[in-house]
Design a protein around this ligand. Sequence first.
Ligand code: RP5
Length: 159
Amino acid sequence: MGEVTPIATPLTETEVSAQLEELGVDAPRVGILMGSKSDMEKMQRAAAELEERGILHELRVMSAHREPDVVAEYAKAAQMRGLRVIIAGAGVSAALPGAVAAHTELPVIGVPLSSRLSAAGGLDAILSIVQMPPGVPVACVGLDNARNAAILAAQIIGA
Ligand code: RP5
């Protein structure tokens, strides 16, 4: 007869969150992503809002189309790194928020962005973000409204 190894009781989501909170006091709670450096000026408004509210965050540039593996890796690791919400801004065929949502259970807030390449004044990005398939939701704020995404993120995490 071999030894019987006790099976650990699975932790609830709340317990996991509490442990993550304890683990990384300085860990960012909100990830702010964007598809291109050219989106930075607009997406920094989300960072400014979170800064003002004292919510730790990080800014990253990664493209769903140009670097799909980087996006998938970031999204898969996000929860374990202590992130609670991801804000993702992109223009034109704005796949970034949806690509992130495909790889994480964290809430994802999409920011449709207008750019020099926009069709229909940015409606292309709005539809790309809003029209997610059933079962893979992405919240969507107004065109270029990264600040609203940050306010919504703060409300979601209750900060
Ligand atoms: C999107 O294409 C980006 O999010 C950006 O809004 C737009 C233009 O990107 P760049 O050509 O400036 O890199 O992927």
